[in-house]
Design a protein around this ligand. Structure first.
Ligand SMILES: NC(=O)c1ccc[n+]([C@@H]2O[C@H](COP(=O)([O-])OP(=O)(O)OC[C@H]3O[C@@H](n4cnc5c(N)ncnc54)[C@H](O)[C@@H]3O)[C@@H](O)[C@H]2O)c1
Length: 432
């Protein structure tokens, strides 16, 4: 049996706002030796340096000489794994290069530039026998894991329909003041800070579901996609584009005459995507980031025995449930707290203390990192692997193509090449 090492050597590529959350959560653990960071942005590196000083960590090497200095990091450092939290455009090429150096990549979430790169990472991972994990933290959200538990124990009967999405007002992130992530302003590109530097350009250039995995990942786990089930087709529709332009011209920092007011946004304000699975379930995914709204991912999980809907953001009491066998009144919603607490996932119970001690998005950020590190240490398969990554990232180019063709149905590629039939769902198992 493989004897796991006490510590693994790890690096971070792209240490901006999200990378710094990983950095701090890594430094809180005693089984990670953080050796290096690659990021060309000196402002971000100064912030990372301050985090290292807070934890009294020395000798972390910075690779800061431009866009491709991460290749020097791969060449010079002896590392087991790398966390990639850079802008979306580079995720897959940086991961493929890591695999070439025998390094295991964990990739932050996004959509792919194109389908070819989804195939390329699958092929590279298979060829070199290096596993890949998608670091999709929402899969580990407490309510989603309780619902996962309930689905697997049959409380919903046979699943029929799942909804999810990314529904968050990102206007003050897509445009900011160049100093703070949500600093009010209408700057973008080189004048913006953090995601305003690069993410906003996607709203100018692309019309598709740009950020599919937070909504899709948890549903993929429920439905055993790539593990006994698979997607067969996808179609997307876009509303008109209004919110970003309206935001700029109405902003006290912008106005109709400011340079950002002349931008033309290709991204429809709300993108709706529908999927069919081979076992007869449908999935509806929403991307909604350009208008005023309160956050929620709009999860709905419905089966032959009833349904659950998430109304806010992730707490066990934030949803409504109606399961025929458990309902307190016929055809009336119950608050989800009682049932979801009863089925709280064992990992949330096991790591009760740790889930309160992380920075970022709470306990799900502990669990996603813990899952990655434990699997690297123990050489066990990732529960969210390269086939999941390719499938979830592929939603972006496929939805874009469907919209461009007036909502035409697209055949969903099988990145497992038939292996989905025998693969087993290993999400949420308790060995970690
Ligand atoms: N899972 C979550 O909850 C969550 C939350 C926020 C962001 N994210 C994801 O994390 C990723 C990063 O987002 P962010 O908010 O930290 O953005 P950010 O702009 O704050 O950070 C990106 C960093 O990458 C650096 N970078 C750019 N090009 C690089 C290169 N060639 N090599 C190395 N570094 C490079 C930038 O200088 C910057 O510091 C994205 O995929 C984003 O979608 C996930």
């Amino acid at each position: 049996m493989h004897q796991p090492p006490e510590r693994i050597n790890l690096a971070i590529i792209g240490c901006g706002i999200r990378g710094q959350e990983f950095l701090e959560n890594c430094l809180k653990r005693n089984d990670i030796h953080l050796t290096a960071i690659a990021d060309p942005d000196e402002q971000m590196n100064a912030r990372s340096q301050a985090i290292l000083e807070k934890y009294n960590v020395k000798n972390v090497r910075f690779y800061n000489k431009g866009k491709f200095d991460y290749l020097e990091l791969y060449k010079n450092e002896t590392i087991d794994a790398v966390i990639i939290a850079s802008p979306w455009e580079d995720h897959i090429s940086q991961a493929i290069a890591a695999i070439d150096y025998g390094i295991i990549p964990g990739l932050e979430v996004c959509g792919a530039n194109n389908l070819e790169e989804c195939w390329a990472i699958v092929q590279k991972s298979e060829e070199k026998n290096i596993p890949v994990m998608i670091l999709e933290n929402v899969c580990f959200r407490r309510d989603m894991m309780a619902v996962f538990n309930m689905v697997k124990q049959g409380l919903f009967g046979e699943l029929l329909l799942c909804h999810g999405g990314f529904q968050q007002d990102l206007r003050s992130l897509k445009f900011n003041n160049g100093k703070e992530r949500r600093g009010f302003g209408v700057q973008l590109g080189e004048q913006g800070f953090s995601e305003a530097k690069w993410r906003t350009q996607y709203s100018i250039d692309r019309n598709g579901d740009l950020y599919p995995t937070h909504g899709f990942g948890p549903l993929s786990n429920l439905l055993d996609i790539n593990k006994g089930n698979r997607l067969t087709s996808i179609a997307s529709f876009a509303t008109k584009s209004r919110g970003l332009h309206k935001y700029i011209i109405e902003s006290p920092f912008g106005g109709p005459d400011c340079p950002s007011a002349s931008l033309d946004f290709k991204l429809g304000d709300i993108i709706t995507t529908v999927f069919q699975t081979i076992h007869g379930e449908t999935i509806v995914l929403t991307h909604d980031t350009n208008n005023p709204r309160a956050n929620n991912f709009g999860f709905r999980v419905q089966g032959t025995e009833g349904l659950w809907q998430d109304l806010a953001s992730g707490n066990l009491e934030d949803g409504l449930i109606y399961l025929e066998k458990y309902a307190t009144q016929k055809n009336k919603w119950d608050n989800s707290l009682d049932l979801l607490s009863q089925y709280d996932h064992p990992l949330w119970k096991k790591y009760k203390k740790e889930t309160t001690e992380v920075v970022g998005y709470g306990g799900m950020d502990f669990l996603v990192l813990h899952t990655f590190i434990e699997a690297v240490k123990h050489k066990t398969p990732f529960p969210l692997d390269v086939y999941d990554l390719a499938t979830w990232y592929a939603i972006t180019p496929l939805s874009e193509k469907s919209i461009a063709e007036g909502g035409q149905v697209q055949i969903f590629p099988d990145f497992t090449k038939g292996k989905w039939i025998d693969r087993k769902n290993n999400f949420g198992i308790e060995h970690i």
